[in-house]
Write a protein that binds this ligand. Structure first.
Ligand code: 3PY
Ligand code: MG
Length: 265
């Protein structure tokens, strides 16, 4: 795999469908990458990853030929830059609500002059083909991607300021938090008219600012629908949904009853 190939493809205008892993299992993430996804997100906000499983998962996904991404926990500048040092090629940061949040996120993820990322990427340079640190430094800001999550009414109000923040490469919608917060906790209806209007507004703001529009999708059909609406980075289901749907399909053919309820993950 050429160095930083996914950022190059996305910056060149390609549409990318990505895997999404919450189980905290490097071998599951690698398996999903080996099925053919060009990127796999390891979700360290709501998923079960710890630092050592993240390090192994990033390596496994990379060696399977895909770009490893990490969703970091809320307001976690330390893990943002550590995950990049471990070899993540993209960071998704939750609940970026205003230009200040966006600036703090960019500061942790980008080297000067865009940000304040501290230098020390021995594992990332190893994964990028033993890249000399002197080559990694000028390549990393463009070669890795920052995704600011838009998932609250405040973020929606500030969407142009967030999209316009230097060092923010992409906007990524969390439709479940967005629908929860837009309805003041009354409903989690990702098809509600207000949610659909917000989704289109965020997509348009990203495109207007020259940023990559992305969105979390619970399944492939929704990911295809979102690509038609202009999004270029869609995550598709998760390791949990893949395991559950595979198990439920087998149980359906057997004289047994599947007990799982379908949910967003
Ligand atoms: C959301 O929909 O809020 C997400 O963060 C997706 O994981
Ligand atoms: Mg969310």
């Amino acid at each position: 795999m050429a160095a930083f190939s996914l950022a190059r493809r996305l910056r060149a205008g390609e549409t990318v469908f990505s895997g999404w892993c919450m189980m905290g299992s490097p071998i599951v993430a690698e398996t999903i990458a080996r099925e053919g996804f060009p990127a796999v997100v390891l979700d360290a906000q709501h998923g079960l990853w710890d630092v050592s499983s993240l390090i192994a998962g990033i390596g496994g996904v990379h060696h399977a030929g895909a770009a490893p991404f990490v969703r970091v926990p809320l307001d976690d500048a330390a893990l943002t830059s550590r995950a990049l040092d471990f070899g993540a090629e993209g960071i998704i940061a939750p609940m970026i609500n205003n230009a200040d949040d966006a600036r703090r996120f960019a500061a942790a993820a980008k080297y000067p002059p865009l940000g304040e990322r501290s230098f020390g990427p021995p594992r990332a340079t190893m994964l990028q083909g033993q890249m000399p640190p002197t080559d990694y430094l000028p390549a990393a800001n463009d070669g890795t991607l920052t995704f600011a999550m838009i998932e609250t009414p405040e973020a929606l109000e500030n969407v142009d300021a967030i999209a316009g923040t230097p060092g923010i490469d992409a906007m990524f919608i969390g439709p479940y938090d967005l629908s929860t917060s837009l309805s003041a906790g009354k409903a989690q209806d990702i098809e509600a008219p207000a949610v659909n209007a917000a989704i289109d507004k965020i997509c348009a703001a990203a495109i207007k600012a020259g940023k990559i529009p992305g969105i979390y999708c619970r399944d492939a059909q929704r990911a295809l629908d979102m690509a038609k609406r202009g999004f270029r980075f869609m995550t598709v289901g998760s390791d949990f949904s893949a395991v559950r749907e595979g198990s439920a399909a087998a149980l359906k053919m057997l004289p047994m009853k599947a007990t799982g309820a379908r949910d967003a993950f």
